[in-house]
Design a protein around this ligand. Structure first.
Ligand code: 5GP
Length: 254
């Protein structure tokens, strides 16, 4: 674990000042929260797995031309990223009805949508991340029209690519949440994909059995949470040796 002072502590990650100018370090914790932090717990080894899975996904996305904040993984729990100004919007893409969409609209979970649906939520824990429209985003100046167009374009490319990648390892990509940031170079801001991509912020169902392989196992007390995260990492080919995870779990809460 880094000895530097944290600049921000979130629910699942701690951010530290980076080792190089214009960088930050993302430290992945085992802490898990759900329902706007009303439910709390830990998932042993989650931080290590989410670090590995995020590295894998961000690297693949960079290869297809999606700009990301990811620079490199530093160790089992930390990665070096470009410092960016987070756009205060959570972008959710849905391919299959689940979660809050099923609840809000009274739909059956599991119904495949005729096309991917992009939703926006205003990033504000105190308000419970409310659903907003593009009108709110533009009128309230959270992003410019050009930025919003770029965000939606990148999000749909990420979705197309990751649906195929997951299908190749027998997983349905049901939905996921992305965050974007601005990396400033003088007066010019480049939009980059930020935060993480892991079973904490997506829904993954086994393509054959529809078994849940993501944080819904924690949210809904389904058991087998650690095993599900490990299985995702194993199928992606990034599961560390079990001995390595066990030794890291011992100092996870330090
Ligand atoms: P829902 O709106 O159905 O609760 O979530 C849709 C998708 O976005 C799910 O894959 C969920 O994990 C992700 N998501 C939505 N809001 C958040 C959030 O505040 N934090 C995280 N980690 N994921 C979120």
């Amino acid at each position: 674990m880094s000895r530097k002072q944290p600049i921000y502590e979130g629910k699942a990650k701690v951010l530290y000042e980076g080792t190089e100018p214009g960088t930050i370090i993302q430290y992945f914790k085992d802490d898990a929260t759900a329902f706007n932090a009303q439910k709390r717990g830990t998932i042993a080894g989650k931080g290590v797995l989410n670090n590995m899975i995020t590295e894998f996904v961000m690297t693949r996305l960079a290869e297809i031309g999606i700009p990301t904040h990811f620079i490199r993984r530093l160790n089992m729990r930390e990665q070096l990223c470009k410092k960016c100004e987070i756009v205060p919007i959570e972008v959710v893409v849905r391919n299959i009805v689940a979660g809050s969409m099923a609840k809000r609209l009274g739909l059956e979970e599991g119904e495949r949508l005729p096309r991917p649906i992009v939703e926006f939520y205003y990033k504000d824990d105190a308000l419970g991340d409310p659903l907003v429209s593009d009108e709110h985003i533009l009128a309230l100046g959270w992003a410019s029209p050009d930025e919003l167009e770029e965000i939606v374009g990148m999000t749909l490319r990420v979705n197309d690519y990751l649906c195929g990648l997951m299908r190749g390892i027998g997983i349905k990509l049901v939905d996921f949440k992305l965050e974007f940031g601005r990396v400033w170079e003088g007066d010019f801001a480049q939009l980059v994909l930020a935060d993480e991509f892991s079973p904490d912020n997506c829904r993954l169902w086994d393509a054959v059995t529809n078994e849940k392989m993501d944080k819904d196992r924690f949210r809904r007390d389904l058991g087998g949470v650690e095993e599900a995260y490990q299985e995702v990492a194993r199928r992606l080919g990034v599961l560390p040796e079990s001995a390595e995870i066990e030794s890291l779990n011992k100092d996870a809460t330090k």
